[in-house]
Write a protein that binds this ligand. Sequence first.
Ligand SMILES: Nc1nc2c(c(=O)[nH]1)N[C@H]1C(S)=C(S)[C@@H](COP(=O)(O)O)O[C@H]1N2
Ligand SMILES: [Mo]
Length: 321
Amino acid sequence: MKKLPNIPASEITPEAVYVNRRQFMQGVVNASVVTAASLMLPSSALLLSTPASAEVDAFPDLKKSELSTTSEAPNSFKDITSYNNFYELGTSKSDPARYAEELKARPWTISIEGECEKPETIDIDALLKRYPVEERIYRLRCVEGWSMVIPWVGFSLSELLKNHQPTSKAKFVQFETLKRPEQLRGQKTDILDWPYLEGLRIDEAMHPLTILAVGLYGKILPNQNGAPIRLVVPWKYGFKSIKSIVKIRLVEKQPDTTWSLAAPNEYGFYANVNPDVPHPRWSQARERRIGELFKRATLPFNGYAEQVASLYKGMDLSHYF
Ligand SMILES: Nc1nc2c(c(=O)[nH]1)N[C@H]1C(S)=C(S)[C@@H](COP(=O)(O)O)O[C@H]1N2
Ligand SMILES: [Mo]
């Protein structure tokens, strides 16, 4: 594999300057009336918001991973942190940034449990000392038909799972988001079942492209992006990349996942990006990169087919969608 230069993307990509947030966000809100919200669920309100501030230089010696699998330019920090899906903080794209500060991401504990020899409940900062992070620039493709390129800071989930020694019964991994309605106002509604749940098959979880992200653009992960720790599975629709994780559970049977519970005919367990399998209510053939005007063709496995297609050999991916 070609060695990529060790330059954090944060040094080569222009970042948003927060001079006039409110005016900027008003523009975004007007523009987003057409595209935002009401896609995964029928309706929602659009409200004004301001992006939360982020800490600078949290990962000073950050190296770009050889597993960064795109040379495309990342979206701006502003795009990535002000156009979000995080239903615990509201259903419109601007809600998560607006209400981000209500979530307290420290102190935070995360439990690794279930079918493993070494279960553990551990403080997030202690956990972070164990795993060297790197920059992984990945495409994220939302099932709603938009995409972004995001310079994550994180490490392979496989590193963590190996340390806890999965048993032979560990066939799947289930992930669970924090349930704390006082800080996650969306959980006072029953728009989804809380806590948000996601899952992967064990080989998907062990694939080196699958990461736990703890930052982006070289900064601590903003709350609206799933602080303090979230999953990123770049070849699957964005909803698999569960935010603000408190539990990682190794299990024998395919676990429940929030979106397949909510609408099983629309959101399958696998949710691999597949332009040939339309969502029942819209095509998945094309996508709009946030910040661009025209749509582009969506690629099988979101462009990661070379790395991951072999995981699904022999499976009918229009059945296992
Ligand atoms: N806990 C939780 N995780 C979540 C969601 C959510 O509503 N709650 N939304 C998902 C969806 S639909 C997408 S597209 C991605 C968006 O990630 P981003 O806002 O960091 O771009 O987060 C996913 N993870
Ligand atoms: Mo999404």
